[in-house]
Design a protein. Sequence first.
Length: 378
Amino acid sequence: MSARRSTAATLLTLAVAAAALAGCSQKKDDKASADAVKVTASDSACELSKTSFPAGHVSIEVQNKGSKATEVYVYAPGDKIVTERENIGPGTKATIAAEIKAGEYEVACKPGMVGDGIRQKITVTGDGAAAKNDPRLDAAVASYRKYAQEQADATIPVVEQFAAAIKAGDAEKAKALFAPSRIGWERTEPVAESFGDIDPKTDVREDGLEPGQEWTGWHKLEKSLWADNTIGDAEKKLADQLVTDLKDWQGKVGTADITATSMANGAKELLDEVATGKVTGEEDRYSHTDLSDFAGNVEGAKYAYELLKPVAAEKDTELAKTLDTEFADLQALLAKYKQGDVYVSYDKVTDAERKTFSDAVNALAEPLSKLAAAVVVQ
């Protein structure tokens, strides 16, 4: 055979092989999409393609056909969050990779990202396909569980100091302790939110209250300290309640249902928290300590990513490179606004600078949304 014919034959063989691989990949993608639970959200509806499906790895494909940004949650009984995705803009799509055990759940779409949402009941059946064990993911989950507990344990003494300052009527000391008392919570907020009842007691803003809900927690005390300049019996009682509620969180952290995919989704949720509350200045609207919360969210997201990186980088090298770059860029940007141990007051950050923060968060959030799929063991 001539060299030319040999080369042509080789190229033909490679082309056929490539086509075959592409066909297999396409079939695999088509099957994954067919197996997915499709959620069509609008301003007045939350429609599901199926309300019963097997336990195990589940792909939830969300399309927002409404005019408002929406959130999608999967709730276990008691509104315990199994998985969620916030800030899904009008006309956009999002895919959530999750691990869901057999049981009864509700899917909630929240147009405008407020309220209890429009809910649909679902049933998850059986035990699910036996997951392939990757010891690296098991180790990542164990390390993250330890980290979450450490953050809760470290939070309590600072919150107790914050409460003691309020009870002593020392407003300046209480103000100085407000942001530090929140760092551990902000780093692991998706774990805290998964318990359902703790987050509304401790971290709700006034505009996030449900009808009839009593306003308690950090932000009520923040308003008293900065806006009302008031420390009375009511504030002292609220300070004690905050300590009690956060000790409840501390005691429950060890029981949280943590998986590799929930860690990855949690990292994305932390970036959503930044995008929807911190960058806008709505989170700490009285104290303007938003950048401290912002940094805590980013630190927590990065910690989860670093634990999952060995598996994610093996499956998607480019994704890992992008995440490394975007995390580094965002943390370098935050560092410019830190003076000693304290961040610049957010009311001093200009609109142009906030736009820079927003762009950096969005640049990280998009690839971070792919992390859960990159750690699903096939």
